[in-house]
Design a protein. Structure first.
Length: 371
């Protein structure tokens, strides 16, 4: 329903809404038929009973539905119809000035009613147009904001991939060469039975630890080129990294085969899982984190649950940028993000989304591997 229709629904009877949707010719015919009906009843009831209010109702509706000129025409026809009905019913006046005066009074009242209803209708239409314009502007603004958010995410992904590749292909290779050189030095010192050989061996170990840490960081920043299989592998790598670096039990559970996802969806899902895990580690101090990937029918879901401290009391009013980005990624997937307290303790994060359709779904299914 448009904003204009919502405005009408809020303040106008349903029958008037129905009449406004009718063709102009039909509205004119209905107005004339209503006037004829009122005139007939006015004639049958005699000239002693006034039907001016009923004529006025028809004039107001005609003005509202068709326009001011037609309203004035209906006012003139109403006066003529009323005069003819009274004359046919046997009305007699001592002087002609009496009916003329009555007709002038009716003409003034009807003209005033047409003027008021016409202005009210014009104000209502102007309000509808303003609402429609502002709604259109707001829609464009929201679309532009979503476009910018999506573009920022894409730029962020590209920069993360670039940094990850630089770390993996640049710094890791440099550290590997340094470790090899240090290994040569350690071997020479050991061959000479020098006491410094132990220090050199420790230096090699530290460099190798640095290489492993750098690779973990690189894989976290720029995971594998992901499809259905790549997503499962990347989630496993994330779980292994969490278990190794933070000493927290972390595992991946998924259906066999996992639900089909394309490359873009896999990247968004991995980032959602990554942010949810980081939030759990930062705020919840969990002992266990479980990442689940499941799918049935036309819906699939990624769930991250932990047994940590859970959500604070004001978590709904204090959502940070990371949570909003997670929700935006879920929206890009055509899905929804929900964050709730875990019934068994901790936090429960779920992103439900529709699997890809058509060719994308077939390609993603071909890439699926058992968990």
């Amino acid at each position: 329903m448009s904003s204009a229709e919502a405005l009408k629904s809020a303040g106008m009877p349903a029958i008037l809404q129905h009449l406004e949707r009718q063709p102009r010719a039909r509205l004119i015919a209905l107005s004339c038929a209503f006037l004829a009906l009122v005139g007939a009843v006015d004639y049958l009831t005699g000239f002693n009973i006034s039907f001016s209010a009923f004529y006025l109702l028809g004039i107001g509706l005609a003005t509202w539905l068709v326009g001011r000129l037609f309203g004035l025409a209906m006012a003139a026809l109403s006066i003529v119809t009323s005069a003819i009905g009274d004359w046919a019913a046997g009305a007699h006046y001592p002087t002609v000035l009496i009916p003329v005066w009555n007709w002038l009074i009716l003409a003034t009242v009807y003209a005033l009613a047409v003027w008021l209803v016409g202005h009210l209708r014009a104000a209502q239409q102007e309000l509808e147009h303003k609402v429609e314009r502002r709604t259109a502007a707001l829609t464009r603004e929201i679309a532009e904001r979503e476009r910018l958010e999506t573009e920022i995410l894409e730029i962020s992904e590209r920069e993360q991939r670039r940094i990850g590749h630089d770390l993996h292909d640049g710094l890791c290779q440099h550290l590997t060469a340094t470790a090899m050189a240090a290994q040569v030095v350690a071997q020479r010192l050991a061959a000479q039975s020098r006491p410094e050989s132990a220090n050199a061996a420790e230096l090699v170990r530290l460099i190798e630890d640095g290489i492993a840490m750098t690779r973990d960081i690189a894989h976290g920043i720029a995971p594998l080129e992901m499809e259905a299989a790549g997503l499962v592998i990347a989630l496993r790598a994330l779980a292994d990294s969490v278990a190794r670096m933070f000493k927290v039990a972390c595992r991946v559970d998924c259906d066999v085969p996992p639900p089909a996802v394309d490359g873009a969806a896999a990247t968004h899902l991995y980032r959602i899982a990554q942010e949810a895990v980081n939030n759990a580690l930062r705020h919840g101090k969990p002992g266990q984190i479980v990442l689940s990937l499941s799918g049935a029918g036309d819906r699939a879901a990624l769930t991250i649950e932990d047994d940590g401290a859970g959500l604070p009391d004001d978590w709904q009013s204090s959502r940070g940028l990371g949570t909003r980005i997670m929700a935006h990624r879920a929206n890009l997937l055509g899905g929804a993000l929900s964050i709730e307290p875990n019934p068994t303790g901790g936090t429960w994060v779920r992103c439900s989304f529709p699997p890809p359709q058509g060719e994308a779904c077939a390609q993603a299914s071909e890439a699926s591997v058992p968990c």
